[in-house]
Write a protein that binds this ligand. Structure first.
Ligand code: 16G
Length: 241
């Protein structure tokens, strides 16, 4: 069944991907065990294990200790041309957004945060650190800093486990977020990030920073986030100049 022209582990990867692409293996379905696959293809367990490890690294499969290997959800495919919120993006995909709030407090701005927000150091900022969940699965860890004077009492009146920050800013504070500067880079997660995102430390994350501006060109929000590299795909259309 396997041909000699391509490494065996790659053919086993192709076989599993074929089953995923045709829908025979749906998200969260269990993949046949290494033993079953090695018997089926007449190859060593090591060869099957290499194929599965690579698919896990590529985000197509995930393992649960003691349970087995399963098919991952489809990647979250997001365009980079609109200023949207996490909640809007999830609703667009038919998924349910929620958060695990790790920290919510008003603190004095550090030098770094103050510089990003264009305010003096020590001016109060709202710190909101959340694990963002898509259908209850962690996909990103976000730490947002907002200039507190624009949104007094925001933490007292809203529960950000369910509320959308951008919705609250718009509807309760009449703040219109106009544009944002965003930067993306790939890196290894810290052990804290890996733990909150429930990933192995060798799965890369996309480190994203965003400064969001209101109509007066004043930055309102500065966010540092870690998006799961095995779940996210960002897309942009480039036009000829
Ligand atoms: C997005 C934004 C983040 C913003 C959040 C609000 C990126 C990289 N970040 O995740 O800056 O704070 O949406 O989401 O896109 P919410 O309105 O659902 O709380």
């Amino acid at each position: 069944m396997l041909s000699a022209s391509k490494p065996y582990y790659e053919q086993i990867k192709d076989y599993i991907l074929y089953k995923i692409n045709t829908g025979e293996l749906a998200p969260h379905d269990q993949v046949p065990s290494e033993r079953v696959l090695s018997e089926q293809f007449g190859v060593s367990r090591l060869t099957v294990s290499k194929a599965i490890k690579e698919l896990v690294m590529e985000g197509r499969l995930y393992t649960q200790v003691g349970k087995g290997t399963f098919v991952s959800d489809k990647p979250i495919d997001q365009t980079l041309d609109r200023l949207t919120s996490f909640s809007e993006e999830m609703h667009k995909r038919g998924q349910s957004p929620s958060s695990r709030v790790l920290q919510a407090a008003v603190i004095p701005a550090t030098e770094r945060v103050a510089q990003r927000l264009g305010i003096p150091t020590n001016v109060p900022v709202v710190l909101l650190k959340r694990v963002r969940l898509a259908d209850h699965q962690p996909v990103a860890l976000e730490t947002a800093y907002l200039v507190a004077s624009y949104c007094e009492g925001i933490l007292d009146h809203h529960d950000f486990a369910h509320d959308s920050l951008y919705d609250v800013l718009r509807t309760h504070y009449h703040l219109h977020l106009m544009y944002a500067d965003q930067e993306l880079e790939a890196r290894q997660p810290t052990s804290e990030e890996a733990q909150f995102l429930q990933i192995d430390t060798n799965i890369p994350i996309l480190h994203i920073t965003r400064i969001t501006y209101i109509e007066t060109d004043q930055p309102l929000e500065y966010v540092e986030s870690a998006y799961r590299g095995d779940r996210y795909k960002f897309r942009a259309r480039l036009v000829k100049v």
